[in-house]
Ligand binder design. Sequence first.
Ligand code: S3P
Length: 425
Amino acid sequence: MAAVLRSNLRFFVPGDKSVSHRALLFGAMAEGTTRITGLLAAEDVGRTRTAIQQLGGEVWVDRSGGVNVKGGPWRDGGTIDCGNSGTTARLLLGALAGRAGATLIGDASLSRRPMRRVLDPLARMGARIGGAGDERDAARVTLPVSVDRAALRGIEWRAEVASAQVKSAILLAGLAAEGETAYLEPVATRDHTERMLRGMGASIRVEPVEDGEGRRIVVSASQLQAAEITVPGDISSAAFWFVAAAIHPGARVTIEGVGVNPTRTGVLDVLRRMGAGVIVVERGGIEPIADVTVVGAELRGTAIGGAEIPTLIDELPALAVAAAFAQGETVVQDAAELRVKESDRIAAVVAGLRAIGVDADARPDGFVVRGGGAVGGHVITEGDHRIAMAFSIAGLRVPVVVSETESIRTSYPGFLERLAQLSTG
Ligand code: S3P
């Protein structure tokens, strides 16, 4: 028997992963002690924490649970293991280039993921980058990668892919470069870096670009200052519960204190278009937060693409599950980046949907789901936390077995316990 969602639930989700990485890393670069509340205690963020400790940052937890980071000049970090965490690896490459040396390694999944998108612009800035060990290879495009401290110069770089990680890496390098560093993104991606850098005293400005919805972000050499940082709940984690409510007509789930930065809220727009009720009660802050309620309904398929993609890129596995229980077709396009996430998420989502009886097809840059037909089955997660969580949510409607759940620890400790609490059967 598949479990059924209890209705009228209200709870918090753990801290935002993107904001947590940045709070630790920028804290380690800043003068003084940064205090972070609500930091995500998951494995990926633990990788960033260990990395900054290897680079000389001090980290301790105070009596009220706040995480403190004492920053300062960096020392060489030796070998830094980024595990499964792309954000740790890519942001660190940019931060290291003008500050200190280290060799970055990762697990099998991370070691397959593209790094050239960061290494090319950093090389243009004068970064000293090579493969690990003796065979330094400037053309190296995956981890392991070694960086040595170098004198950097500012550049103007136009985004080749819509990626907040690449943008962040270049801006962090720009803080240690001579002259201005400008990054142009034709499509806006999550702007946590820009917000936090401004809050920590960096010289940064954001200009609209004339053609289109993107922006031009310009930084120059700056010494960051410590700050008090509150990490909002992670909308990418909340998304699983939003979808759980959405696929149960009449069910109601409220997530309190969740981040609603407009560069992250595409999942709410899509669920609204599919027919779910969405209520957002917002409070202000550097990172806006809100209590967000989703009310389930008979969903209908929708089209997802274009500039909306970066605002929901990590939520597409969950939205694919919403599409599976909707009437009609859902088409996702312009999302080729899904192929280079923790797994090839286009392949993994389509295989998972088919495994539970749903008619779905992969496209080079997305997928098509024809709703209805889910009967349940055995889903291979490919070791990807978001595939494991998305199909666990499908298990609230039809019997689903996922091949593993260990991967969930990278982003959402407590997910399975919450799922068990929420379901009745
Ligand atoms: C992230 C950016 C996104 C996202 C990832 C976290 C970040 O990746 O998928 O989970 O914290 O900047 P890309 O920048 O590669 O799109």
